[in-house]
Design a protein around this ligand. Structure first.
Ligand code: S3P
Length: 176
């Protein structure tokens, strides 16, 4: 069983994922990091130099390379669910957990971050709301588990996920 964290930028997928992996003794995988290592540059630079379409293709390739993976916690980029192909692949890869963060909290976390290629320097909240109106229904439809991450404390989010996962994992073990 793999655990896959989905959600908007700044929802804490990477920090929560690391903690979860440590607690479960699972491997931690960050899809953005795989893309960055492959190209030797940050996601922001890939967007700037090659454009979003190129990035999305790399994202799908990196995702598909995880085929057959087990016992891993996977942090995804916020836009991975935009592709129907990615969504169906993710569904078969493991349990999808949506880290649901209110727009105002997302703004707090990304306000001074200049490395987010899809967020403009000004009117960030408008941009977040606009993107969320497209993405939130996709996150909600894809996820088996939804966790509210209003506090910005990955330890709390990880603890909440572990609590929810206990019966899920016990049931999965019984079926083996
Ligand atoms: C993106 C989110 C980023 C990264 C890329 C595109 C998006 O990941 O994949 O910049 O479309 O929301 P995080 O969600 O980890 O910031």
């Amino acid at each position: 069983m793999n655990i896959i964290l989905i959600g908007f930028m700044g929802s804490g997928k990477t920090s929560t994922g690391r903690l979860l992996a440590k607690h479960l003794g699972y491997q931690f995988i960050d899809i953005d990091q795989i893309i960055e290592q492959k190209h030797g540059m940050t996601c922001a630079k890939i967007f700037a130099q090659r454009g979003e379409d190129f990035f999305r293709k790399q994202e799908t390739t990196a995702l598909k390379e995880l085929h057959g993976l087990a016992n891993s916690v996977i942090a995804t980029g916020g836009g991975i669910i935009l592709s129907a192909d990615n969504r169906s692949f993710l569904k078969n890869l493991g349990t999808l957990i949506y880290l649901k963060t209110p727009p105002a909290e997302i703004l707090k976390r990304v306000e001074h971050d200049t490395t987010r290629p899809l967020l403009p320097a000004e009117h960030k909240l408008d941009a977040i709301n606009k993107m969320l109106s497209v993405r939130q229904p996709l996150y909600l439809a894809a996820a088996q588990i939804i966790v509210e991450t209003c506090t910005g404390q990955p330890e709390k989010t990880a603890a909440e996920i572990l609590r929810i996962l206990q019966p899920v994992q016990a049931a999965a073990q019984e079926q083996r």
